[in-house]
Ligand binder design. Structure first.
Ligand SMILES: Cc1ncc(C[n+]2csc(CCOP(=O)(O)OP(=O)(O)O)c2C)c(N)n1
Ligand code: SF4
Length: 297
C-alpha cells in the first residue's frame, strides 16, 4: 500500500457518513443496491473519509448513485468518465478516485477511453455496473449483450457478438482485472477493497441484474453459473495465460473474482513533476502564467 493511501486511512469513518438524504430511485430489487452497499462498506472498512474521495459517475441508472453516496462527485458525460477521472487524479494525487459507470456507457461510447485507461494504468478504480443492457433508456441492447438478444432496438436478435471486458482489459495490459457480482455483496466488498488499494488502474466489472428489462441475466441466472476464482487454491493471479483462459469462459460455468493482478508503477509514478505536493495544493506562479499568456496572445 502506498504511503499516501496509508496516511488517509483512519478508523473513525462510519458507514452512515456515506449516506445522503435522497430517496433511492432504483427499481426494487435492482442489482445496483448490492454494488452501492458493498462500496459504502468497503470505503468504511478502509477508513477512507468522504472528503478524500472523488466518485466520477457515468450517465445511466448507475449514475443516479451520485445522489445516494456522500463523497465528492462528478456526474460526467456518457462514455467520458475515465478521462475526467484520470485528469482529477493527476491534478490531486491525494484523492482516492473511483469511477462508476454502466456497461453501455463504459464499453459503448466509452470503449476507446476504456482501452487507453487500462493501458495508461493511472491509479484509479473503475467499477462497471454490467446489466448487459442500456437500462435508463428502457432496455436497448448494449455492447455486452449476447449475440441474438432480442430487445426493442434489436427485435430480430442482436447481430454482433458480446464485448468481453475481461479479455479486453487483459489484452490491453490491465494490472488489476476482476469481475464481481452484486448478488454476493460480501465478496464484492472485499474485491472493492483490493481494487482501491491496488496502485494502478483496477477494473471491477460487476454483474448487476436489471430486474425490470433483463429477464435473461437474472440473479438466478448468475447464482446457477458463477464460480469464484478467489476460492480456487490452485489459481495463480499473476499468470496472464490462465487469466485469459478464464476470461473466455461463458455458458454453464462463468468465473468471477480477481482474474489477474501485477504490480507495475502507475501512470503518475512515471511523472517526476507529480513528486511532492499534489498539483492542486501548490502555489500558482501567477506572474509567470501572465507572461506566458501574453506570449500566446
Ligand atoms: C452522449 C450521450 N449519448 C447518449 C445518451 C443517452 N443515454 C443516456 S443513458 C443511456 C444508456 C445507459 O446505459 P448504461 O450505461 O448501460 O447504464 P444503465 O442505465 O444500464 O445503468 C444512454 C444511451 C446520453 N445521455 N449522452
Ligand atoms: S431499470 Fe434496471 S438498472 Fe435501472 S433501476 Fe430499474 S432495475 Fe435497476
Amino acid at each position: 500500500m502506498g504511503i499516501e493511501k496509508q496516511k488517509r486511512i483512519s478508523n473513525r469513518v462510519k458507514e452512515k457518513d456515506f449516506n445522503t438524504d435522497y430517496q433511492c430511485t432504483w427499481c426494487p430489487g435492482c442489482g445496483n443496491f448490492g454494488i452501492m452497499i458493498a462500496l459504502k462498506k468497503a470505503l468504511t472498512e478502509l477508513g477512507l473519509k468522504p472528503e478524500n474521495i472523488l466518485l466520477v459517475y457515468g450517465i445511466g441508472c448507475s449514475g443516479n448513485a451520485v445522489n445516494f453516496i456522500k463523497t465528492y462527485a462528478w456526474h460526467s458525460l456518457h462514455g467520458r468518465t475515465l478521462p475526467t477521472a484520470v485528469g482529477a487524479k493527476l491534478a490531486n494525487k491525494d484523492l482516492t478516485v473511483i469511477v462508476m459507470a454502466g456497461d453501455g456507457d463504459g464499453y459503448g461510447e466509452g470503449m476507446g477511453h476504456f482501452i487507453h485507461g487500462v493501458r495508461g494504468n493511472a491509479d484509479i478504480t473503475y467499477i462497471t455496473h454490467n446489466n448487459k443492457l442500456y437500462s435508463l433508456t428502457t432496455g436497448q441492447s448494449a455492447p455486452t449483450s449476447d449475440k441474438g438478444t432480442k430487445t426493442k432496438s434489436t427485435p430480430d436478435g442482436l447481430i454482433e457478438v458480446a464485448a468481453n471486458p475481461m479479455s479486453l482489459a487483459l489484452s490491453a495490459g490491465g494490472s488489476f482485472v476482476s469481475r464481481g457480482f452484486s448478488g454476493n455483496a460480501e465478496h464484492l466488498k472485499e474485491l472493492f477493497k483490493k481494487a482501491i488499494l491496488h496502485q494502478g488502474f483496477s477494473l471491477v466489472d460487476v454483474f448487476q441484474p436489471c430486474v425490470t428489462f433483463n429477464h435473461t441475466n437474472t440473479f438466478k441466472y448468475y447464482f446457477d453459473r458463477l464460480y469464484n476464482l478467489d476460492e480456487k487454491t490452485d489459481y495463480d493471479k499473476s499468470d496472464l495465460q490462465a487469466a485469459f483462459r478464464e476470461s473466455l469462459l461463458w455458458g454453464d460455468k462463468i468465473p468471477y473474482g480477481l482474474f489477474y493482478q501485477d504490480r507495475r508503477p502507475s501512470y503518475g509514478d512515471h511523472l517526476p513533476q507529480l513528486k511532492g505536493q499534489a498539483l492542486v495544493k501548490r502555489k500558482m506562479l501567477v506572474r509567470k502564467i501572465e507572461k506566458l499568456m501574453k506570449e500566446f496572445a
